[in-house]
Write a protein that binds this ligand. Structure first.
Ligand SMILES: [Zn+2]
Length: 447
């Protein structure tokens, strides 16, 4: 089931919303695009109306008619095309404490408050404002600029970017580079002001591990049961690391950090990249341990257990669901072998999902984007390997390198604590500042 609409429109209506990214952000937050179910259509339609007003054509693509994705282009010069992309769905607000209604987009204390203020309607507002400004200006950008606004990032992208790269790969044929989430904001790492720009991410690998063993009536003693095997497996996975992997992505990131910090700390980052020392250094670290740990190992977290359906029957079979995240370059068979080795057990593994990514990143545009932030702030740009998954992994399937670049100066606002949490908010100044930086990025791309 697929729907593809082409909208063509008459001459431009003069308008100036591109000068007001904060207003755009407020409007975006007021669409309740909580995923599930997402219901992004009204929000996407509204973006379409703005494009109409600027005389821009656009196409929508939808697997689910209530969850469209929008693609549009501002024509540029002979330079290579650049993609600006973002998602308009947001995570739920249930069970969270909010000072203001999360869908009212109140401005108070110099901040816009609401769900999506950081993740990532502020980014969409910056991209949209930049895109409309390019359309309104007499002068063309150096190359074509594409805007892609998608649904369903928070649900894995099956109705969003995952669907587009699968069913409409032609959209991406000429595109090498894209700007999206995650990064571009100030983050203190090891006491230094850094600006992480995501260039690579770990690969999602969901496994089911099935254990079989002695079964029978629960009134007798049993050894070697599926339940026992599963629990000892989980116990080991819970308490031990899998082997260290020093990938090119981790090297790029930690070398950049080592260059940015004082010599004593630099030694620590260099030692992290020596596999004989990695785990010892992580254990000795006081902060950022978990984040760095995840970037240097495959991980496996048991999340669902399924086994037994009768109180007095010892089950023959028990299955545990493992959310594994693999460092770039690793495959499902690799983590299965590691799990067998560390636990000494040999369950039957089944791969439920594997979102493979490229082993290393193309850093060409990282340098350009980093230079923009460094010139403005003096902070240190870092090519970030991300532990979590973003839509960037879908773009990798069509050979588009994504850079996480939602430029913001947040100062003391704790980004990682507010994303997906109550009282998510963003400084008004940060949205305006970031929009200028995105515009600069477009103008300097491949120049
Ligand atoms: Zn996001």
């Amino acid at each position: 089931m697929s729907e593809h609409d082409t909208a063509t429109h008459e001459a431009a209506v003069s308008t100036d919303v591109h000068d007001d990214p904060v207003g755009l952000l407020q409007d975006l937050i007021r669409f309740e695009t909580v995923n599930p179910p997402g219901d992004e259509k009204a929000c996407i339609d509204w973006i379409g109306e703005l494009l109409d007003a600027y005389g821009l054509e656009y196409d929508t693509y939808a697997q689910d008619p209530d969850r469209p994705n929008l693609f549009s282009t501002v024509s540029g010069g002979d330079g290579p095309p650049l993609l600006l992309y973002g998602h308009v769905d947001v995570v739920p607000v249930t069970g969270q404490d909010w000072t203001h209604d999360p869908f009212e987009a109140v401005i108070e204390d110099g901040h816009v408050w609401g769900r999506g203020a950081l993740d990532m309607k502020s980014g969409v507002a910056m991209f949209l404002a930049t895109f409309l400004r390019l359309a309104a200006e007499d002068e063309q950008p150096p190359g074509d600029v594409h805007l892609l606004v998608v649904s369903d990032e928070e649900g894995g992208g099956d109705d969003g970017l995952g669907y587009l790269v699968e069913e409409h790969p032609e959209l991406f044929t000429d595109i090498d580079h894209a700007i999206g989430e995650f990064g571009g904001y100030d983050l203190e790492l090891a006491g230094v002001e850094t600006y992480p720009i995501q260039v690579n991410e770990k690969q999602v690998c969901w496994l089911e591990a099935t254990f079989r063993g002695n079964s029978g009536h629960a009134s007798f003693p049993h050894e070697g049961t599926a339940m026992g095997k599963m629990s000892s497996f989980v116990e080991t996975v819970d308490s031990q690391r899998l082997p260290v992997h020093i990938t090119p992505a981790a090297e790029q990131m930690f070398e950049a950090l080592a260059d940015a910090v004082p010599p004593e700390q630099a030694e620590q980052f260099e030692a992290l990249l020596d596999p004989d020392q990695t785990d010892g250094v992580l254990d000795a670290m006081e902060t950022e341990t978990k984040m760095f740990d995840a970037l240097l190992h495959n991980t496996a977290n048991p999340t669902i257990v399924d086994g037994g359906d009768k109180e007095n029957v010892v089950p023959e079979e028990v299955t545990v669901f493992l959310d594994c995240r693999l460092v770039p370059g690793q495959k499902p068979e690799d983590v299965m072998a590691e799990l067998r080795a560390v636990t000494g057990q040999d369950p039957e593994f089944e791969v439920v999902r594997f979102d493979s990514g490229p082993p290393s990143a193309d850093l060409d545009t990282f340098e350009e984007l980093g230079a923009i932030l460094e010139a403005e702030t003096g902070g240190v740009p870092i090519p970030l390997l991300m532990a979590g998954a973003t839509d960037g992994r879908h773009l990798a399937q069509v050979d588009v390198q994504s850079y996480g670049f939602i430029p913001m100066q947040l100062d003391d606002l704790p980004f990682l604590e507010l994303v997906h949490s109550g009282d998510e908010r963003v400084p008004v100044d940060a949205v305006e500042w970031g929009t200028e930086r995105v515009y600069e990025a477009v103008q300097s791309y491949a120049q």
